[in-house]
Design a protein around this ligand. Sequence first.
Ligand code: DI6
Ligand code: FE
Length: 403
Amino acid sequence: MTPYTAWTNARLLVPLPDRKRFQVVEDGLIAARDGRILYAGTKEGAPRLNYTQTHDVGGRLITSGLIDPHTHLVFGGDRAAEFRMRLEGASYEAIARAGGGIVSTMKATREASEAELVRTALTRLDDLLAEGVTTIEIKSGYGLRLEDELKMLRAARALAGHRQVRIKTTFLGAHALPPEYAGRADAYIDEVCNRMIPAVAAEKLADAVDCFCEGIGFSPAQTRRVFEAAHRHGLRTKLHAEQLSNLRGAELAAHYGALSADHLEYLDEAGIAEMSRHGTVATLLPGAFYFVRETRLPPIQALRDAGVPMALATDCNPGTSPLTSLLLTMNMAATLFRMSVDECLMGVTLNAARALGLGHETGALEAGKACDLAIWDVEAPEQLVYRIGARPLHARVFNGVPQ
Ligand code: DI6
Ligand code: FE
């Protein structure tokens, strides 16, 4: 029989029954076996088990391991030169139309080997892990042709062999139009639907399919075709929606039972109502909002009023969010979006898990879930949202194993 492990002398951040707020359980204990939480609560109420290993955490705060549910962590090169151009006045859209933007990262990604992609992604992954991340979603979308999209997804999956972390991959072939398809977006969507999605599904390289539904990306009609193809191959969907304009992508995503609609600055009431009806998670990306100096705020109060679960993610990507900190993401969500401390913490734990279809698996200190823990050198949970640039992680536990 595998041994019981306990973390004792802990303060535990556990969700209240409404799953919108947290409470801190003083003098708490977490019991685990086989990588699963058996019990998380007061020491008094804990089952009397024969623990073979006990970790006294010295009164520290334990949260569920953090989850980054939207990243483009794997890519070649960077876009620092473009950043310089933007500072000199060029807009993101203008750079994209001039052949820069996503297409320049596409070129660097096509040139990189899988091993190179893994090596560069590991540096970014390590930043996230150093802040208590235990689960991360990674999208393809810089290969934009079959072999390079597969290479990106393989690189993303390979990261889990290098670090103790749960990785979910998303196929984002419909991220941008590759130059060889210029003026033939529908033909590229044919390729995405008829060749790429079947190949990705056959190799089981993706857990979901995403699409960039935007004026500079793909239309709602094209998005619909991508979603249909995803469903034919048993894959869930997600959507980049309403980032720069309102094409009613979130409504479409909700209609297709998407796990999440992401960005959402230009989301309207109809989109919110449809998301609420279908339980679609709103994944907000304050790093991209900040980095492109967006001024239109996502409709936080309306999402809150409609009970749409809100997740937060870094959107780590070379063009619009070169961000590898979920703690800073929470601070930005609080400062820029006026989200509450509990909303921020829900956004990177429970709701982030839901955005990945992992609500039953991780994201909360609850019996039955994976024993993914972040142990913090902080007095109170709000410290995790309040401080900027601090590295208060004491230790990370993945699947019951201290890292
Ligand atoms: N929206 C974004 O913010 C990123 N992708 C997307 O669909 C930008 C990706 C990039 O500029 O490289
Ligand atoms: Fe993105």
